[in-house]
Design a protein around this ligand. Sequence first.
Ligand SMILES: O=c1ccn([C@@H]2O[C@H](COP(=O)(O)O)[C@@H](O)[C@H]2O)c(=O)[nH]1
Length: 269
Amino acid sequence: MTTSQLTEQIRLKKSFLCVGLDVDLEKIPQHLLKEEDPVFAFNKAIIDATHHLAVAYKPNLAFYEAHGIKGWKALEKTINYLNENHPDIFTIADAKRGDIGNTSGMYAKAFFEDLQFDSVTVAPYMGKDSVEPFLAYEDKHTILLALTSNAGAYDFQTQTINGEELYKEVIKTSKKWNNGQNLMYVVGATKAEFLKDIRKIIPESFLLVPGVGAQGGSLEEVCKFGMNRNVGLLVNASRAIIYASEGMDFAEAAAAEAEKLQQEMATFL
Ligand SMILES: O=c1ccn([C@@H]2O[C@H](COP(=O)(O)O)[C@@H](O)[C@H]2O)c(=O)[nH]1
């Protein structure tokens, strides 16, 4: 999916909501545990209930890898279900990968060729040769961690080196890499005020913004400082949507929470 197609979907649905599929077996309704694949059963119900309100889904790999082969199977079924039934929806493998070049190449192959995700999150710490194997897939999207939503972001990312904060250096330098113009960036909703400066460096890039809902980020501030002429935002909420209810009505409750966010988003479009 191209970024223009993504913007088209955003305009059509009046939504730039990304639903995070961070499935924790201890938090899903207990009746689902009787299913052969409880994680996929949960995801399918959430997707069926929210697909008209969301333009993207983001499974976080940790929640699948934690269950070994069963987790990978649930992830594969989830991405196949999305690609077969909702090809207009943007998919993000939140894997935060990045390694020496040949290893990164294998990660890229796993997420882009085998699993057929539209995008994958990548950590910038190992530099150019660790990210370019992802960027080599020109019809896919590499989403680089820039300024994350957690408190630990202040440990390194905002530290100044050579007169510049590290996250700004990451963004500026990455733009010069092969196909760097195709990068998207992660910026936490809890750091919305930084978006003003970030937009001066990357006015056109799409940003994946996690941290509204459970982490308390403000959608209004994210829109105020981060929205560009093509919207340029995918705002993620995971727990606030998918765990809105622990009961039999979990999918309806998730849809209601997703709709609240979508309605608020519509006011900014
Ligand atoms: O800076 C970051 C980068 C990634 N995440 C991920 O997004 C979701 C947020 O989940 P919530 O339940 O909505 O808090 C989760 O998968 C994180 O690993 C992030 O939060 N911040």
